[in-house]
Design a protein around this ligand. Structure first.
Ligand SMILES: O=C([C@H](O)CO)[C@H](O)[C@H](O)COP(=O)(O)O
Length: 198
């Protein structure tokens, strides 16, 4: 056992836990106020017109985006998660949603480059507007969170890319909610598409 990691000490400190919940919700609210709704609206319009939507991301960024993929499927869009064995080829006018806080993760950048070569649009969710991912994307949704290696605590008190990953979930849920409500579809209609093999 390494002596450099102490997994939580002996007990969880309740005041520290309460502080953490407040700190995290405060940080997420700051992100919410810092995004550009017009860019999200453009991305939403692009998704609705796309023959198919793909999502890509690694680690926690990819996991957060998989939740968005499920909700977009519930909206009736044709959605695929890159790396799943059932994901088909991406083609012209399809949309690849790519989440990478750093904007440098190789697998994500390479997928975005391939998507553009095939005539698809790429919507990037990233903290880094000058990153390789942003430079290859059609629409860049900047999430002003900390990069996973910003350890100075200036942008976020949380560990690594946590704030980015939470924001991906919050903002894509907001995108889904806005698209759903403006469609006028009843929740019972959406529920027909919910997994029944679970
Ligand atoms: O899982 C992750 C890590 O724990 C950071 O909090 C990241 O999502 C993963 O490393 C991918 O990184 P980015 O592409 O920079 O989002």
């Amino acid at each position: 056992m390494t002596d450099t990691v102490n997994p939580g000490g002996d007990t969880l400190n309740p005041p520290l836990f309460n502080y953490a919940t407040l700190a995290i919700t405060g940080e997420v609210d700051r992100i919410r106020r810092g995004v550009q709704p017009a860019a999200w609206a453009r991305a939403g319009a692009m998704l609705l017109k796309a023959p198919a939507v793909f999502t890509v991301g690694t680690g926690r960024s990819g996991l957060a985006l998989q939740m968005a993929a499920m909700r977009l499927m519930h909206l009736g869009l044709s959605v695929h998660v890159v790396g799943e064995v059932t994901a088909p080829a991406i083609g012209p006018d399809d949309v690849l949603i790519a989440a990478s806080g750093s904007g440098t993760t190789k697998r994500v950048v390479q997928a975005a480059e391939t998507a553009r070569k095939q005539g698809a649009n790429v919507v990037a969710l990233t903290t880094a507007p000058d990153s390789p991912l942003a430079s290859v994307s059609t629409e860049v949704l900047v999430i002003p969170a900390a990069d996973k290696q910003d350890f100075d605590g200036k942008v976020s008190d949380q560990y690594a890319g946590s704030l980015f990953e939470q924001s991906v979930l919050l903002l894509t849920d907001a995108l889904f909610h806005a698209l759903w409500r403006s469609s006028g579809t009843q929740a019972t209609e959406l529920w027909r598409l919910h997994a029944n093999l679970e």
